[in-house]
Design a binder for this molecule. Structure first.
Ligand code: ZN
Length: 168
């Protein structure tokens, strides 16, 4: 990752070598270790009766393809707070995060390494649905007839959800 060539603490050139149990960027001058972590996203499962809400993406990556609604959790937010905010931004819906159902890691994406958290949402009033900033349209699909989505991790989270239904 280009941005880690120099130490953000003292501007010395970083080393990229074994330290604290892994290969990491670190500074030999001020001893700062520059840890890199995946960015967490809230990836939302919103069921309307027996149909799932998908949004058609307005921007790349995956422009024009279907995906689960959701997005990056901001600093200071819990996953549940991020889920509620993203739901509102993308669909204008108000809802509550009901349950964390699983996760999926996606490495080296456009946004770097991402940790997707699958969250089941309860929607308060479906009548408020308006596709928002990152979504050009919204659609409802039967679980077994949903289209292949833009991101493999969204397909995986949906399959985790489907499997969880059989255990109920
Ligand atoms: Zn340094």
């Amino acid at each position: 990752m280009k941005k880690l060539i120099y130490c953000s603490h003292c501007s010395n050139k970083n080393s990229y070598s074994q330290i604290d149990g892994a290969i990491r960027y670190h500074c030999s001058k001020c001893k700062t270790i520059h840890y890199q972590n995946p960015k967490p996203t809230a990836t939302l499962i919103c069921m309307k009766n027996d149909e799932i809400l998908l949004v058609k993406r307005a921007f790349d990556p995956g422009k024009g393809e279907w995906s689960l609604p959701g997005g990056f959790i901001e600093l200071g937010e819990t996953p549940e707070e991020g889920a509620v905010r993203e739901l509102k931004e993308e669909t204008n819906l108000d809802g509550e995060a009901v349950k964390l159902i699983g996760n999926c890691s996606h490495f080296n994406s456009v946004f770097g390494d991402i940790l997707l958290l699958g969250i089941i949402m309860k929607i308060n009033n479906w009548g408020n649905l308006i596709p928002g900033d990152d979504a050009q349209s919204a659609g409802f699909f039967k679980l077994n007839e949903s289209p292949k989505m833009a991101f493999e991790c969204h397909n995986k989270i949906l399959s985790i959800y489907k499997k969880s239904l059989h255990k109920l």
